[in-house]
Design a protein around this ligand. Structure first.
Ligand code: T5A
Length: 221
Protein backbone atom coordinates (compact mmCIF):
# COMPACT_ATOMS: atom_id res chain seq x y z
CA UNK A 1 0.00 0.00 0.00
CA UNK A 2 1.33 3.45 -0.87
CA UNK A 3 1.89 5.30 2.38
CA UNK A 4 2.52 8.90 3.26
CA UNK A 5 5.87 10.49 3.93
CA UNK A 6 7.31 10.92 7.41
CA UNK A 7 9.36 14.11 7.83
CA UNK A 8 11.00 15.11 11.10
CA UNK A 9 12.58 18.36 12.25
CA UNK A 10 15.51 18.26 14.62
CA UNK A 11 17.94 20.70 16.15
CA UNK A 12 18.95 22.44 19.33
CA UNK A 13 16.92 24.85 21.43
CA UNK A 14 15.50 27.80 19.52
CA UNK A 15 16.77 26.55 16.16
CA UNK A 16 13.36 27.29 14.63
CA UNK A 17 11.93 23.77 14.27
CA UNK A 18 8.38 24.59 15.33
CA UNK A 19 8.28 27.64 13.05
CA UNK A 20 9.51 25.66 10.05
CA UNK A 21 7.39 22.58 10.79
CA UNK A 22 4.27 24.75 10.67
CA UNK A 23 5.37 26.42 7.46
CA UNK A 24 6.19 23.12 5.79
CA UNK A 25 2.82 21.68 6.80
CA UNK A 26 1.13 24.61 5.06
CA UNK A 27 3.33 24.19 1.98
CA UNK A 28 2.56 20.49 1.67
CA UNK A 29 -1.12 21.12 2.34
CA UNK A 30 -1.31 23.55 -0.56
CA UNK A 31 -0.20 20.70 -2.82
CA UNK A 32 -3.39 18.90 -1.83
CA UNK A 33 -1.71 16.41 0.46
CA UNK A 34 -3.29 15.69 3.85
CA UNK A 35 -0.80 16.52 6.59
CA UNK A 36 -0.58 15.66 10.27
CA UNK A 37 1.59 18.13 12.17
CA UNK A 38 2.72 16.79 15.49
CA UNK A 39 5.54 17.02 18.04
CA UNK A 40 7.61 15.12 20.55
CA UNK A 41 7.42 14.72 23.36
CA UNK A 42 3.68 14.84 22.81
CA UNK A 43 1.17 14.33 20.05
CA UNK A 44 -1.25 12.07 21.98
CA UNK A 45 -2.96 12.58 25.34
CA UNK A 46 -0.61 10.12 27.07
CA UNK A 47 2.51 11.53 25.39
CA UNK A 48 1.45 15.07 26.35
CA UNK A 49 1.26 13.90 29.97
CA UNK A 50 4.82 12.60 29.66
CA UNK A 51 5.80 15.95 28.13
CA UNK A 52 4.37 17.82 31.11
CA UNK A 53 6.22 15.53 33.48
CA UNK A 54 9.60 15.78 31.75
CA UNK A 55 9.46 19.51 31.06
CA UNK A 56 8.31 20.23 34.63
CA UNK A 57 11.84 19.33 35.72
CA UNK A 58 10.82 16.59 38.15
CA UNK A 59 12.52 13.86 36.12
CA UNK A 60 15.90 15.54 35.60
CA UNK A 61 17.30 14.32 38.93
CA UNK A 62 16.61 10.71 37.92
CA UNK A 63 19.10 10.90 35.07
CA UNK A 64 19.26 10.49 31.32
CA UNK A 65 18.35 6.77 31.25
CA UNK A 66 15.07 7.37 33.08
CA UNK A 67 14.35 10.30 30.76
CA UNK A 68 15.11 8.22 27.67
CA UNK A 69 12.68 5.54 28.85
CA UNK A 70 9.99 8.17 29.35
CA UNK A 71 10.58 9.67 25.89
CA UNK A 72 10.35 6.20 24.34
CA UNK A 73 7.16 5.37 26.28
CA UNK A 74 5.61 8.53 24.87
CA UNK A 75 7.00 7.72 21.40
CA UNK A 76 5.57 4.18 21.41
CA UNK A 77 2.09 5.59 22.03
CA UNK A 78 2.60 8.40 19.50
CA UNK A 79 3.71 6.00 16.77
CA UNK A 80 1.06 3.38 17.50
CA UNK A 81 -1.95 5.65 17.78
CA UNK A 82 -1.15 8.64 15.57
CA UNK A 83 1.89 8.41 13.27
CA UNK A 84 1.60 4.89 11.89
CA UNK A 85 -2.15 5.06 11.14
CA UNK A 86 -1.75 8.46 9.47
CA UNK A 87 1.08 7.23 7.23
CA UNK A 88 -0.85 4.06 6.38
CA UNK A 89 -3.79 6.17 5.20
CA UNK A 90 -1.52 8.17 2.89
CA UNK A 91 -1.17 11.30 5.01
CA UNK A 92 2.17 12.97 5.42
CA UNK A 93 3.36 13.32 8.99
CA UNK A 94 5.55 16.26 9.96
CA UNK A 95 6.95 15.83 13.45
CA UNK A 96 8.83 18.38 15.56
CA UNK A 97 11.52 16.08 17.08
CA UNK A 98 11.67 12.28 17.08
CA UNK A 99 14.27 9.63 17.98
CA UNK A 100 17.25 11.76 16.91
CA UNK A 101 16.43 14.02 19.88
CA UNK A 102 16.91 11.05 22.21
CA UNK A 103 20.06 10.01 20.34
CA UNK A 104 21.51 13.45 20.87
CA UNK A 105 20.07 14.77 24.18
CA UNK A 106 20.10 11.53 26.20
CA UNK A 107 22.76 9.73 24.12
CA UNK A 108 25.54 12.03 22.98
CA UNK A 109 24.97 14.71 25.64
CA UNK A 110 23.49 12.47 28.35
CA UNK A 111 25.71 9.37 28.05
CA UNK A 112 23.02 6.74 27.49
CA UNK A 113 24.79 4.12 25.33
CA UNK A 114 23.91 4.28 21.64
CA UNK A 115 23.07 0.56 21.45
CA UNK A 116 20.51 0.98 24.25
CA UNK A 117 18.86 3.87 22.40
CA UNK A 118 18.78 1.91 19.12
CA UNK A 119 17.22 -1.10 20.86
CA UNK A 120 14.55 1.10 22.49
CA UNK A 121 13.91 2.78 19.15
CA UNK A 122 13.24 -0.57 17.52
CA UNK A 123 10.82 -1.48 20.32
CA UNK A 124 8.99 1.86 20.35
CA UNK A 125 8.89 2.77 16.67
CA UNK A 126 9.77 -0.41 14.77
CA UNK A 127 9.77 0.17 11.04
CA UNK A 128 8.11 3.57 11.40
CA UNK A 129 11.17 5.73 10.83
CA UNK A 130 11.49 9.13 9.14
CA UNK A 131 11.87 9.27 5.36
CA UNK A 132 13.52 12.66 5.68
CA UNK A 133 14.99 14.49 8.68
CA UNK A 134 15.73 18.20 8.48
CA UNK A 135 18.35 19.17 11.03
CA UNK A 136 18.23 22.91 11.69
CA UNK A 137 21.79 23.93 12.46
CA UNK A 138 22.65 27.12 14.31
CA UNK A 139 25.29 28.24 16.78
CA UNK A 140 24.12 27.05 20.22
CA UNK A 141 24.29 30.50 21.83
CA UNK A 142 22.29 32.05 18.98
CA UNK A 143 19.55 29.42 19.32
CA UNK A 144 19.37 29.90 23.07
CA UNK A 145 19.14 33.66 22.56
CA UNK A 146 16.09 33.18 20.32
CA UNK A 147 14.43 30.93 22.91
CA UNK A 148 15.17 33.43 25.69
CA UNK A 149 13.88 36.36 23.65
CA UNK A 150 10.63 34.55 22.97
CA UNK A 151 10.19 33.69 26.66
CA UNK A 152 10.80 37.26 27.70
CA UNK A 153 8.47 38.63 25.02
CA UNK A 154 5.70 36.32 26.23
CA UNK A 155 6.58 36.78 29.90
CA UNK A 156 6.28 32.99 30.09
CA UNK A 157 7.59 30.67 32.77
CA UNK A 158 11.28 29.90 33.18
CA UNK A 159 13.42 27.85 30.84
CA UNK A 160 12.73 24.11 30.70
CA UNK A 161 15.29 21.75 32.26
CA UNK A 162 17.17 21.21 28.98
CA UNK A 163 17.29 24.86 28.07
CA UNK A 164 18.76 25.59 31.51
CA UNK A 165 21.84 23.43 30.90
CA UNK A 166 25.16 25.20 30.34
CA UNK A 167 26.43 26.29 26.95
CA UNK A 168 28.81 23.32 26.61
CA UNK A 169 25.79 20.96 26.81
CA UNK A 170 24.15 22.84 23.94
CA UNK A 171 27.39 22.80 21.95
CA UNK A 172 27.51 19.00 22.41
CA UNK A 173 23.96 18.84 21.09
CA UNK A 174 24.97 20.69 17.95
CA UNK A 175 27.92 18.37 17.36
CA UNK A 176 25.69 15.40 18.14
CA UNK A 177 23.22 16.41 15.45
CA UNK A 178 25.98 16.89 12.91
CA UNK A 179 27.17 13.40 13.84
CA UNK A 180 23.68 11.96 13.28
CA UNK A 181 23.56 13.64 9.87
CA UNK A 182 26.99 12.29 8.94
CA UNK A 183 26.02 8.77 9.96
CA UNK A 184 22.78 8.76 7.96
CA UNK A 185 23.21 11.04 4.94
CA UNK A 186 20.45 9.34 2.95
CA UNK A 187 17.83 10.41 5.49
CA UNK A 188 19.22 13.62 6.97
CA UNK A 189 19.68 17.09 5.51
CA UNK A 190 21.47 19.76 7.51
CA UNK A 191 19.73 23.11 7.04
CA UNK A 192 21.47 26.38 7.79
CA UNK A 193 19.07 27.86 10.37
CA UNK A 194 20.57 31.35 10.42
CA UNK A 195 18.86 34.27 8.73
CA UNK A 196 15.21 35.17 8.58
CA UNK A 197 12.42 32.61 8.93
CA UNK A 198 11.68 33.15 5.22
CA UNK A 199 15.29 32.41 4.25
CA UNK A 200 15.30 29.22 6.33
CA UNK A 201 11.92 28.24 4.87
CA UNK A 202 13.36 28.54 1.37
CA UNK A 203 16.17 26.11 2.29
CA UNK A 204 13.67 23.71 3.85
CA UNK A 205 11.48 23.77 0.76
CA UNK A 206 14.46 23.14 -1.50
CA UNK A 207 15.42 20.10 0.58
CA UNK A 208 11.88 18.73 0.56
CA UNK A 209 11.39 19.36 -3.16
CA UNK A 210 14.78 17.78 -3.84
CA UNK A 211 13.61 14.65 -2.08
CA UNK A 212 9.87 14.51 -2.80
CA UNK A 213 9.46 16.91 -5.73
CA UNK A 214 7.55 14.33 -7.75
CA UNK A 215 4.86 14.30 -5.05
CA UNK A 216 4.59 18.05 -4.79
CA UNK A 217 3.45 19.89 -7.86
CA UNK A 218 1.19 22.68 -9.03
CA UNK A 219 0.51 25.40 -6.50
CA UNK A 220 3.10 24.19 -4.02
CA UNK A 221 5.91 25.09 -6.40
N1 T5A B 1 13.85 16.21 24.29
C1 T5A B 1 12.85 15.89 23.41
C2 T5A B 1 14.80 15.27 24.70
O1 T5A B 1 15.68 15.57 25.51
N2 T5A B 1 14.73 14.01 24.18
C3 T5A B 1 13.74 13.62 23.31
O2 T5A B 1 13.70 12.44 22.87
C4 T5A B 1 12.77 14.61 22.90
C5 T5A B 1 11.69 14.24 21.93
C6 T5A B 1 11.27 19.67 24.28
C7 T5A B 1 12.52 19.37 25.06
O3 T5A B 1 12.63 17.98 25.21
C8 T5A B 1 13.92 17.57 24.84
C9 T5A B 1 14.42 18.59 23.88
C10 T5A B 1 13.77 19.86 24.33
O4 T5A B 1 14.62 20.50 25.26
P1 T5A B 1 10.23 21.96 23.61
O5 T5A B 1 9.55 22.99 24.43
O6 T5A B 1 9.41 21.22 22.62
O7 T5A B 1 10.92 20.95 24.60
O8 T5A B 1 11.53 22.62 23.02
P2 T5A B 1 12.11 22.70 21.59
O9 T5A B 1 11.74 21.51 20.78
O10 T5A B 1 13.56 22.98 21.73
O11 T5A B 1 11.32 23.92 20.99
P3 T5A B 1 11.63 25.43 20.95
O12 T5A B 1 10.29 26.05 20.75
O13 T5A B 1 12.42 25.90 22.10
O14 T5A B 1 12.54 25.62 19.71
P4 T5A B 1 12.24 25.54 18.18
O15 T5A B 1 11.00 24.80 17.90
O16 T5A B 1 13.47 25.03 17.53
O17 T5A B 1 12.10 27.06 17.75
P5 T5A B 1 10.81 27.95 17.41
O18 T5A B 1 10.42 27.75 16.02
O19 T5A B 1 9.79 27.76 18.46
O20 T5A B 1 11.50 29.37 17.49
C11 T5A B 1 12.00 29.86 18.72
C12 T5A B 1 11.90 31.40 18.70
O21 T5A B 1 12.75 31.89 17.66
C13 T5A B 1 11.99 32.59 16.68
C14 T5A B 1 10.55 32.14 16.89
O22 T5A B 1 9.64 33.15 16.47
C15 T5A B 1 10.50 31.93 18.38
O23 T5A B 1 10.31 33.13 19.04
N3 T5A B 1 12.53 32.21 15.38
C16 T5A B 1 13.41 32.96 14.72
N4 T5A B 1 13.95 34.14 15.01
C17 T5A B 1 14.83 34.63 14.10
N5 T5A B 1 15.14 34.02 12.93
C18 T5A B 1 14.61 32.85 12.62
N6 T5A B 1 14.94 32.23 11.47
C19 T5A B 1 13.70 32.26 13.54
N7 T5A B 1 12.99 31.12 13.52
C20 T5A B 1 12.28 31.09 14.67
Amino acid sequence: MAGGKFITFEGGEGSGKSTQAQRLAAFVGVAGIEVVLTREPGGTPFAEQVRDLVLSGTTAKHGATAEALLFFAARADHVETLIRPALASGKWVICDRFTDSTRVYQGVAGSVPADVIEMLNRVAAGATQPDLTLILDIDAAAGLARATERREAKSSAGADPFEQRDLSFHQRLRQGYLGVAGADPGRCRVIDATGTPDAVQQRVHEAVLGRFGAHLSGKAR
